[in-house]
Write a protein that binds this ligand. Structure first.
Ligand code: SAM
Length: 273
């Protein structure tokens, strides 16, 4: 394979449908590898290895790499290149891949196809007991939403969902020129360190995220009004008083812990979810 560069355009055109923006900047590649704090006995799951730009340095740094690539042209190329090495290439769709069969622990690394970043993150978080840490490249604006704290414009249900399960950190920004083809937007490199237990634990996680989504779906409304959709007017006032929360605050003013406290309220005033 044409290492580090797209193969000849006669045989390969990057596919938008697979979110193919290949990393071509060796300095950024180096920063990504350094940021992953790899150890010789690590086992790494790489999502979307593409042309192997990250796979090669990963392979040199760790014990084993499992690289899952969906592209019908790139996967067989990778299989050929890495045959007999410490890299196992799986020609598969990561969203359908049976993570339950993977042995733990594995670090997860991926320059993600941006169009399916959310389902990939949801899947990795669902299997968080196997994956102590997930290093990923996403669009900058999306990454900002993942790491956002209360009170900021980027803070929303995505921030709460990911931060419930993981400690998030934006490690650095990546310009469009680092990729080929260059995307229209900036990207960033993040780490998600899985929490063994959430900082504040919800009794019913499904209800917690429903509550959060409801509040943020009307983020300009006061909590008094947005929570009334779930609890009704009277119960909402009682609830906010009980937790000493100003009814004039808005969704972005509450921390994840506040939402957990609300969701864990006394079942006697909890409505049907
Ligand atoms: N890691 C390479 C790099 O940094 O240059 C490629 C990154 S590119 C943004 C995303 C990669 O994910 C592509 O190789 C694409 O074919 C692959 N991909 C897209 N959807 C996938 C899926 N559902 N399962 C596995 N790989 C997928």
């Amino acid at each position: 394979m044409n290492k580090g560069r797209p193969p000849s355009s006669e045989v390969f055109f990057p596919k938008k449908s697979l979110g193919q923006n290949f990393l071509i900047n060796p300095r950024i590649r180096q920063r990504i590898i350094e940021a992953c704090e790899l150890q010789p006995d690590d086992v790494v799951l790489e999502i979307g290895p593409g042309m192997g730009v990250l796979t090669r340095p990963l392979s040199a740094a760790v014990k084993h790499v499992l690289a899952i690539e969906k592209d019908n042209f790139l996967a067989p190329q990778l299989e050929k290149e890495f045959a007999g090495t410490n890299v196992t290439v799986e020609h598969a769709d990561v969203l359908k891949y049976p993570f339950e069969q993977l042995s733990a622990p594995m670090k997860v690394v991926g320059n993600l196809p941006y169009n399916i970043a959310t389902p990939i993150i949801e899947k990795v978080l669902a299997f968080r007991r196997k994956f102590p840490v997930f290093y990923l490249t996403v669009q900058l604006e999306y990454g900002n939403r993942i790491v956002a704290k209360p009170g900021s414009k980027d803070y929303g249900s995505l921030s709460c969902f990911v931060q419930y399960y993981a400690q998030t950190e934006k490690l650095f920004k990546i310009p469009p020129s680092a990729f080929s083809p260059a995307p229209k937007v900036n990207s960033c490199f993040l780490s998600l360190r899985m929490r063994l237990e959430p900082a504040a634990k919800a009794r019913d996680e499904e209800f917690l995220f429903k509550l959060i989504r409801t509040c943020f779906s009307q983020r300009r409304k006061t909590l008094k009004n947005s929570l009334a959709v779930i609890y009704g007017k009277g119960e909402t006032e009682e609830l906010l008083r009980k937790f000493d929360i100003d009814p004039m605050l808005r969704a972005e003013d509450l921390s994840l812990e506040d939402y957990v406290r609300l969701a864990n309220q006394d079942v006697s005033i909890k409505p049907e979810a």
